[in-house]
Design a protein around this ligand. Structure first.
Ligand code: SF4
Length: 321
């Protein structure tokens, strides 16, 4: 059995802009993304807002159609499957949303919401589903009486736990979590991150963890992929990335971390990301890169292996010996 659970090759998602948006052109949400997610690991995907992280999360789960490229899960090519053909995959891979409140039906009790996931996949009798819901709530450390409550009666942290319980209901192997703690207070974030870690250990889960927050990523990730304007610009084991970032964009993101709560410090990362409908020529980061040269305006940097399991797409990256 391969240690790779999920793989993307050359994954590209482009949208045609409507109603005069983006000059009526094409929106390049994801460009030529290749990555592997290994069984039992947490691959974190980081980048600023608009870097394509959420599109990647949805494309990996076949919730948006790729324009080109392939996705394989446990050795099976999913790229051209549709409708019912995707049902077995839908059971094995689940999405955890940022906005747990928005993802839960406000009219359904917690018990009904979590049980609904089981009913959709025709798992168990009604009585068996009720027992399973109770066990799932315990698994995410919620008291059993939460089952009778409505989403608006819960705290943000409790709602996110319900969202996780709902995702776990069908016993998936992969969770793709899209900014799952960014709407929570810092103290609650830590509790929910601990829960993710504990569940991974207990259930052998594999995670793709999307976050703009490097402090969050540092606590959960085994490996990190850094995205800029729809492309992956650096991947590395988490400890290596934080100790020895090789791409100027990663370095700028890391340098900005201590300043996140500061109101008076100037941002380390200058300027705004460019529009995905009109990406700059060559390296898309060149208008903001302190090390950019004329070459960067002309040349699209290719991924270079700069160390063990460490790849950076920058013309300055020196290949590992
Ligand atoms: Fe900066 Fe050039 Fe490297 Fe892009 S290719 S990150 S512009 S040095």
């Amino acid at each position: 059995m391969s240690d790779v659970l999920l793989a993307a090759r050359g994954l590209t998602v482009r949208y045609r802009a409507r109603d005069g948006l983006f000059g009526g052109g094409e929106l390049r949400a994801l460009e030529d993304v290749s990555l592997e997610v290994r069984r039992g690991e947490t691959l974190a995907v980081v980048g600023e807002s608009g870097s394509g992280k959420t599109t990647l999360a949805r494309a990996l789960l076949r919730l948006v159609e790729p324009s080109s490229g392939t996705i394989t899960f446990d050795g099976q090519d999913l790229t051209h499957l549709a409708g019912r053909e995707l049902a077995p995959f839908r059971k094995r891979a689940q999405l955890v949303f940022q906005d747990a409140e928005g993802s839960l039906d406000p009219r359904l009790t917690v018990g009904a919401s979590v049980g609904e996931a089981l009913a959709i996949h025709r798992i168990g009798t009604r009585a068996e589903r009720a027992t399973r819901v109770e066990a799932l709530l315990a698994k995410v450390q919620l008291p059993a009486d939460v089952a009778a409550r409505l989403p608006h009666e819960l705290s943000g942290g409790q709602r996110q736990r319900v969202g996780i319980a709902r995702a776990l209901a069908v016993e998936p192997e992969l969770l793709v979590a899209d900014e799952p703690v960014s709407a929570l207070d810092v103290s609650i974030q830590a509790q929910v991150l601990n829960l993710f870690t504990q569940l991974q250990r207990e259930l052998g889960l594999t995670y793709v963890f999307i976050s703009h927050d490097l402090r969050v990523v540092q606590t959960v990730a085994d490996r990190v992929a850094v995205m800029y304007l729809g492309r992956i610009v650096e991947t590395a084991p988490a400890a290596e990335l934080f100790a020895n970032p090789r791409h100027p964009y990663t370095r700028a993101l890391l340098a900005a971390v201590p300043r996140l709560d500061s109101t008076d410090a100037a941002p380390v990362l200058r300027g705004e990301p460019p529009s995905p409908s009109a990406p700059p020529s060559g390296c898309a980061f060149h208008p903001r890169c302190p090390q950019a040269t004329e070459r960067c305006r002309r040349e699209l940097p290719q991924p270079v292996r700069v160390g063990v399991d460490h790849v950076a797409a920058c013309v300055l990256a020196e290949p590992a010996p």
